[in-house]
Design a protein around this ligand. Structure first.
Ligand code: PLP
Length: 395
């Protein structure tokens, strides 16, 4: 057999794959499957953004750009950080990548040595632990369940940090739970982090704009200015501007870390697409009014889905603060169904019995739950909730 690296062998195939594969199979066989698994807005990219990309092609912006991004996009990102976050960065503190995902991958690869630990609150975005493993790091999972609104406490954070800890990941609002930390909560976590100067904070702000709390968006760098020097803020255009396919994300942080990330990117993928970068300038500099109608739709769907879920037998779902995900506790519902022993089995069962595809909580490090993406039409959601209720029954 051809030898594969230990690195790649370390990474487990995604537990969501079984469900996705099964859903595709069922669809191919003619079943009307409603997919609630998508991690992307169902809206089209706003017209002025697409138009900027077309213009870029016509203007011949079709060549390599600087590895870390075009000057125009880096300026737009600097302006965005000032406008939305009150954070000021020099140009050498910013790196444009092919998605926030690549920004995070660059970060882990730039910072971790073998055995270094990454503190990852669970439920987590599926890629954090595997990215840590690919960079020879060790994920240290900190579990936060529904009773704590899926948010870790300062005591939990303190207990998770060791002398091997190099990165703490914070994702607010969160995929998969929709929970966001408040300013006060960030302040309390910051107090812990202050005691561990060797620890870098990765603030994944990708859902920044998809938020409906009374309190405005914040991240730890905004709340604890003294921690800016060791925080890498990761963001992008994918979710806010319905631009998942364009693949533009960015990171901002200490020049040394950003420089190291840039070096890795320069030897792996170089610059992100020149055309997508031009589109992203239009997204960040253009009319921000395009975001609100999408957030309004997400919120209406959120309210509907959460209410329907809570009326189902053995299902309990807290209201989210943002994103387009609900993360109901289905542990009781599982025990009510003959032959279903876990959330993973439940997800497969639901595809067959209800023709609804969702992602089991196990994929996000907190079993007994399911992630429901409501980035789909209200019509689909109504049908999907009726079908789920058909399986679970009513309270
Ligand atoms: N971070 C989180 C929490 C996400 O949910 C996603 C996308 O699903 C990403 C980062 C990556 O976004 P992108 O690479 O499209 O910018």
């Amino acid at each position: 057999d051809i030898q594969l690296s230990e690195r790649v062998e370390r990474v487990k195939p995604s537990p969501t794959m079984a469900v996705t594969a099964r859903a595709a199979e069922m669809r191919a066989a003619g079943h009307d499957i409603i997919g609630l698994g998508a991690g992307e807005p169902d809206f089209d990219t706003p017209e002025h953004i697409s138009e900027a990309a077309i213009q870029a092609i016509r203007n011949g912006q079709t060549r390599y750009t600087p590895v870390d991004g075009t000057p125009a996009l880096k300026q737009a990102i600097q302006a965005k950080f000032e406008r939305d976050n009150g954070l000021e960065y020099e140009a050498n503190q910013i790196l444009v990548s092919s998605g926030a995902k690549q920004s995070l991958y660059n970060l882990f690869t730039a910072v971790l040595n073998a055995g270094d630990e990454v503190v990852i609150p669970a439920p987590y975005w599926v890629s954090y632990p595997d990215m840590a493993l690919l960079a020879d790091g060790v994920p240290r999972i900190v579990e936060a369940d529904q009773s704590q609104r899926f948010k870790i406490t300062p005591a939990q954070l303190d207990a998770a940090i060791t002398e091997r800890t190099r990165i703490v990941v914070l994702n607010s609002p969160s995929n998969p739970t929709g929970s966001a930390y408040s300013r006060a909560e960030f302040e309390a976590l910051g107090e812990v982090l202050r005691r561990y100067p060797q620890v870098l904070i990765a603030s994944d702000d990708i859902y920044e704009h998809i938020l409906w709390t009374e309190e405005a968006f914040s991240n730890i760098a905004m709340v604890c200015p003294d921690l800016v020097d060791r925080t890498v803020v990761v963001n992008g255009v994918s979710k806010a501007y319905a631009m998942t396919g364009w693949r533009i994300g960015y990171a901002a942080g200490p020049a040394r870390v950003i420089g190291a990330m840039k070096k890795i990117q320069s030897q792996s993928t170089s610059n992100a697409s020149s055309i997508s970068q031009a589109a992203s300038v239009a997204a960040l500099d253009g009319d921000q009014g395009v975001i609100a109608p999408m957030v309004k739709a997400f919120r209406e769907r959120h309210d509907y889905v959460v209410e329907r879920l809570n009326a189902m037998r053995g299902v309990s779902c807290i209201a989210g603060d943002g994103t387009f995900y609900a993360y109901p506790d289905v542990s009781e519902a599982i025990t009510n169904i003959e032959g279903v022993s876990s959330d993973t089995v439940l997800a497969e069962y639901l595809i067959g019995e209800a023709n609804v595809a969702l992602v089991p909580g196990t994929a996000f490090g907190l079993p007994g739950h399911a992630r429901i993406s409501y980035a789909t039409s209200m019509e689909n959601l109504e049908k999907a909730m009726d079908r789920l209720e058909g399986v679970f029954g009513r309270d």
